[in-house]
Design a protein around this ligand. Sequence first.
Ligand SMILES: Cc1ncc(COP(=O)(O)O)c(C=O)c1O
Length: 472
Amino acid sequence: MERQRQAPLFEALVAHQKQSQGNFHVPGHKQGIAFDPEGRKWFGAMLQIDLTEVGELDDLHQPEGVIDEAQELAAEAFGAERSYFLTGGTTAGNLALVMALCKPGEKLIVQRDSHQSIFNGCALAKVRPIYLSGKLQKNAEKLLPLRSEDLEQALAKYNDIRGVFITSPDYFGRVQPVRRLAEVCHRYGVPLIVDEAHGAHFSFHPKLPPSAMMEGADASVQSTHKMLPAMTMASMLHVRGTRVDQQRLTNGLRMIQSSSPSYPMLASLDLARRWMVAQGSSMLAELLGSLQVLRDTIASLKLVEEIPGEDPLKLTLQARNGVSGLTMFNWLRDRHVYFELADHRRLLATFSVGTTVADLRALCDRLRELDQAVAKMKATKRAPNLHVPVMSESEVCLGEPNGAQEVEVPLREALGYVAASMIVPYPPGIPLVLPGERISIESIQVIEAIIKEGGRVRGLGASFPPRVVVLQ
Ligand SMILES: Cc1ncc(COP(=O)(O)O)c(C=O)c1O
């Protein structure tokens, strides 16, 4: 515990800044001396420690000094055997893990509603994914968690699976039965990898769900920057045991990440870990108390209601009268209250130890006003939820040219065509349509509904009405 009071990387940066008698190295701003004067007011303090691999500052790609020590402390704090600091977000960790697990043509079981980075990893590694999905609830309102028996069936059907890649928690704080899934994977001798981009805080309070490392996963990737106090793009990859080849993983990370990683970003990981170990539990306890007051207020509203989830630091709202999440999102944005994301149904807020009691009080007031405003707003027709098979095999190796010609057709006319690229509402960044999948009427309706409400969808041509690239 005493060790956890240190932040070796951050301390080394500050010591270097104090000792340096001559800066004849990159970056060119020379620790903030040469920088746009107006920008210096904002960037100044941080530029002083925006250093590179000089002096005692170690090397992210072959750590033997302060970065190694900082990563070791992180591994201890997050229950891993080894932790890697990432400066390319969880995206970088997901890409590197897929590349570490699979060679071209090999198979990986991938949760169908994964973030695009996992499918991009499959494309880079030329992997043939087997998609696994939870069932759609009877009223088709939401996907249920993955079932261990479905995973077992997939593992029994294919004897050449290199790993299983799931997401837990998802954007909305819903968790998967990680322990049960890990047990099944390990019976078949394959690693369970968890995209835990939204769960970096799980280790720090018993009222939060357990982390993937605690539940027996072989590796997890966390966007420390999303739910803990670290700089944007700062993430961590945690590994345990020998099912993931760490040499291949290190090679993958070297390929994917910059050879000039940001030291302030890395140091922010060191500090986030130190602060959360020291104060996380008490700060979270206080936050959880304040969030209960917010939730009590929401429970008393007429039209705006919470959709419960497992992570109390995520708040998902919907309107009982059918007003869309995007309409409510825009109403709040027009009053300079910014939520994380919305879709045709839901509205999502995220909280962290940076959320103050005053913020939550103001939010209570705004939500009471929203509740009254919603009564006068028009309901929108809800797009259907997609029916996805529990298990399906991609017809193509992602990223592998298959010889078919690609053409652009209007979205409206794309029914039945096989998609040539991903179509991804962003956020949350989960592809609605993957390369090699046939475009269904439901996916067209969902895409049209998102665009109509002003949402963003990547993978459509720039023209309007939207066009998609398909195989001829
Ligand atoms: C489930 C999930 N995984 C991975 C990512 C990518 O994380 P990052 O932004 O840290 O690269 C996101 C981003 O939103 C996500 O929602």
